[in-house]
Write a new protein. Structure first.
Length: 380
């Protein structure tokens, strides 16, 4: 059984997401990279994969992998930067797994790091619009949250939901984040808080939007498990794409790239375990559950309100609070997601007593441009 995984997660580390005005890309990278390597037993590393969406925009640094590895004392190890917007983390993990398969043995270091708070919020939102087509969408004022709002409005109209139904996503994510020491938002939210919050793009309000955070997360992926620790393996992955141009899509209530990624992984309707979805906006979390095949189209909000996706159920979703509570660290967010489910499978605090053996992670680029889906399992 121990050879059934594409790779094993033998070490990991994260910085608590926040606003790090006293630390740069180098310091955040070194902090998590060295901790992850130590947790894995300091194995020889064949390559370093750096997931970063903003390094040249907020850090004024190209070829950042070379600078980061040198600062951390990891000299002479090849580094590759993966940039695929806010999906950079997931695609960096996928690329590292491919390298691991090609090499046949050894270990890879994957580090996601980004610092949105190096610039003011006006620039943060401008840079987020670069996730869209700059010539035909962003130039004319389109933003990711505006397109997400269109998707939310069509979904609610098509399946006869009220905004109060959608607000449940934010309420549950805040509730879970309040128990997670690695969450950015650790405060419980009530329905009144959500309804009274600022309207960002009708019908989405401030509580529907994940906050930008600085942060770094690291994983050590190896061909063999650490014999002194619980063996958690990445069993499979799949990735898919949708039409880049939003107006060319036929149905705004489906995340087509997630559907294609899920198909590549295999049938998931009988999945049992923990799930992490890339909820940049609350509607993305809802639509991801349906696109993954975890529930029927149009049913995710009803099941969410009934508690179907809560802890103790067959499918437990975003137990760490998701991007809504943990925060949106852009290129690092997918690595944070992977670390989150690894902690849940290990039963690390605050997930002790969970006893889950399988996990799934969905990471998405922008507004359904591309997605990657991973399945993980405790390998015995």
């Amino acid at each position: 059984m121990r050879n059934s995984a594409l790779g094993y997660i033998n070490g990991f580390a994260v910085t608590p997401p926040g606003r790090y005005y006293d630390k740069g890309y180098r310091e955040l990278f070194a902090e998590v990279a060295l901790k992850a390597l130590e947790a894995a037993g300091n194995p020889d590393i064949k390559a370093i994969y750096v997931a970063s969406a903003l390094s040249e925009l907020t850090g004024e640094q190209l070829a950042i992998g070379n600078v980061l590895r040198d600062y951390a004392g990891l000299r002479n190890i090849p580094s590759i930067r993966i940039e695929n917007g806010d999906g950079s983390g997931g695609f960096a993990i996928m690329t590292a797994l491919n390298h691991l398969a090609s090499a046949g043995n050894g270990c890879m270091l994957v580090v996601g790091v980004d610092k949105p708070h190096e610039v003011i919020s006006l620039k943060q939102n401008k840079y987020a619009s670069y996730l869209l087509d700059s010539d035909y969408e962003a130039y004319f004022g389109a933003t990711p949250v505006a397109l997400a709002a269109i998707m939310a409005k069509q979904y609610m109209k098509s399946y006869e939901y009220k905004y109060e139904d959608l607000a449940t996503w934010a309420i549950k994510m805040h509730e879970r984040g309040a128990r997670n020491p690695y969450a950015y938002f650790k405060r419980v939210a009530k329905l009144k808080d959500v309804l009274d919050s600022e309207l960002v793009a009708d019908p989405l309000r401030l509580y529907d939007v994940s906050p930008f955070v600085d942060g770094a997360a690291a994983l050590v992926l190896c061909s063999k498990p650490n014999p002194n620790d619980l063996a958690i393996g990445v069993i499979n992955y799949g990735f898919g794409a949708s039409n880049s141009y939003f107006a060319s899509r036929n149905d705004y209530t489906v995340l087509s790239s997630v559907v294609e990624a899920a198909k590549a992984v295999g049938p998931l309707e009988n999945f049992n375990g923990v799930v992490s979805v890339h909820d940049t906006y609350s509607i993305f979390g809802v639509l991801a559950l349906e696109a993954l095949g975890l529930c029927k189209r149009g049913s995710a909000l009803r099941l969410l309100n009934e508690g179907y996706f809560d802890q103790g159920g067959r499918v437990m979703v975003n137990l760490d609070g998701g991007l809504k509570a943990v925060g949106n660290s852009m290129g690092a967010s997918g690595v944070y997601q992977m670390v989150g489910v690894v902690m849940q499978l290990r039963g690390d605090k605050p997930f002790n007593g969970l006893n889950a053996e399988s996990a799934m992670v969905e990471d998405m680029v922008g507004v359904d441009q591309e997605s990657v889906v991973f399945t993980l399992r405790v390998v015995k």
